[in-house]
Design a protein around this ligand. Structure first.
Ligand code: ZN
Length: 482
């Protein structure tokens, strides 16, 4: 599952404007609050409003209309691939595929599945020739397998993304104007370990510094500002609740808890909902931006957005999983990333097929129990505080010259990061990696790097991002149930 492409409000930079004036950072800081008072269509670009409008209508469309919409977007994308993307020109020729002949979504199955290794090996060939460098944005992803993968997207795709995220959150009452608490992945380095972020309309709290004193302060700020929602990872929400409970503090009154980016384990939902007295709203997404699926007002099934991308659920032998409760790998096809289109991309995440219809009335396909390879592996800091590896955000270019990485821990507050180096790896990379990690967890963890020639697989042949030898102080849900 992805880390955060999921929900950060992507924002336009004020750089071009502030470069014209004498003290850019000062002016920029003064202007920022004003800028974000402008209508969202201005702050987040033209695609924000058009996507909001589309989704407002399309959620009421019947199945036929949704399929027709998706098919026409898909046909357009595949024609673009045939015309402008060298990799697909070659693949289409090899398998005799003609985008013009696409009549049904299932016709996609004539094309081979695309895995991360193939993407990595063909990265240049996967770039569209008619999209200039200036119009695309690079980011890395795929840390789930311990091997970062670099991909490109269109530069101004953030407004569209934000529209999808806000549309799904609106199902549990969260609106653009609402302010929320963010407790995920941001260390917030000031004395208080929280700050207000105007571009997100959110109070950001560090989940790396959840000491009793800080948690009491976080709760005070959340209550005082009447924040509408808590936006976090399941593990961080549970940890926060555990602290509040230890302090005998009443939880802040959120209308909803918005949590994603980690697997949701049995017991977590029940615990969070009963402790906060609020709906836990969960969704599935990933950094490659191919599939987005979210719960609705009335059920915990994940409703796949057909407007976002094409999702397939595929058995190990490559055929389509069909019956309810059947488990398959999520395979995604972009409808929007013209810069570097991924067609039938294996996400490495799994889901069970849901029932045919949800009582909310949307004609979206349903899945349940998504399982990321990103298992909820925890690290333990000096004060016995738990740190989710998701929060370390290893999807950054800091790790670019690491072939593979693995976190190893056998002592509280001490962490070994094993790095299998690429040939161009230098001491400078080590410095950058240490800086990035210390920025986040340096005050609670001593970090050492090691450079094995190989990082061995688990006995079951799987790569493990985290090897944890410590007994993790798992939160017992029975013990905590109210
Ligand atoms: Zn529904």
């Amino acid at each position: 599952m992805r880390d955060e492409k999921d929900s950060r409000f992507h924002t336009r930079s004020l750089k071009s404007f502030s470069s014209l004036i004498p003290h850019p950072s000062l002016i920029k800081n003064l202007l920022r609050p004003l800028y974000y008072r402008l209508p969202p269509s201005i702050c987040y670009g033209p695609r924000f409003s058009s996507t909001m409008k589309l989704l407002e209508e399309s959620q009421h469309w019947d199945e036929g209309r949704l399929i027709e919409f998706q098919l026409s977007k898909l046909r357009r994308m595949l024609k673009h691939c045939a015309a402008n993307v060298p990799y697909y020109r070659r693949v289409f020729r090899r398998v005799g595929f003609d985008p013009e002949s696409l009549r049904d979504i299932s016709d996609l199955r004539a094309l081979p599945l695309l895995d991360k290794e193939t993407v990595r090996a063909n990265i240049k060939e996967l770039l569209a020739e008619n999209i200039s460098e200036r119009d695309r944005l690079y980011h890395t992803t795929g840390g789930t397998s311990g091997t970062p993968l670099g991909i490109y997207n269109l530069r101004h795709s953030g407004g569209r993304e934000l529209a999808f995220i806000l549309t799904q959150w609106a199902r549990v009452g969260f609106r653009y104007e609402h302010r929320r608490a963010i407790l995920r992945g941001s260390p917030v380095k000031n004395r208080r370990h929280w700050r207000y972020e105007v571009s997100e309309r959110a109070f950001v709290f560090s989940n790396f510094h959840m000491t009793p004193d800080n948690v009491a302060e976080y709760a005070r700020v959340m209550k005082e500002n009447r924040l509408a929602a808590l936006h976090s990872y399941p593990s961080a929400v549970v940890d926060f609740a555990r602290h509040l409970k230890g302090l005998r503090l009443e939880p802040p009154q959120f209308a909803s808890v918005l949590a994603s980016s980690e697997n949701l384990y049995p017991g977590q939902r029940e615990f969070i909902e009963s402790f906060f007295g609020a709906r836990l709203f969960s969704w599935y997404g990933h950094t490659e931006n191919l599939i987005l699926a979210a719960e609705c007002e009335v059920s915990n099934y994940y409703h796949i957005f057909p407007e976002y991308g094409v999702a397939e659920i595929v058995r190990d032998d490559g055929s389509a999983a069909e019956s309810e409760d059947e488990l398959g790998e999520l395979v995604g096809t972009t409808l929007d990333n013209f810069a570097m289109p991924l067609i039938r991309y294996r996400t490495g995440d799994y889901a069970k097929i849901g029932p045919a219809q949800c009582s909310c009335g949307r004609n979206y396909r349903l899945i349940k129990e998504t399982r990321g390879r990103w298992h909820q592996e925890m690290l333990v800091g000096k004060l016995n505080n738990l740190i989710s590896v998701t929060a370390l955000n290893i999807h950054t270019d800091v790790f670019e010259r690491a072939q593979q990485i693995q976190f190893y821990q056998r002592e509280r507050g001490k962490l070994e990061l094993r790095i299998k180096r690429k040939s161009d790896y230098t001491d400078r990379d080590s410095r950058r990696i240490l800086d990035a990690l210390e920025e986040k967890i340096g005050d609670t963890m001593e970090i050492a790097l090691s450079f094995p020639e190989e990082i061995p697989l688990s006995p079951r042949g799987k790569f493990r991002l985290v090897i944890q030898e410590l007994e993790i102080p798992r939160i017992s849900f029975d013990e905590m149930r109210l």
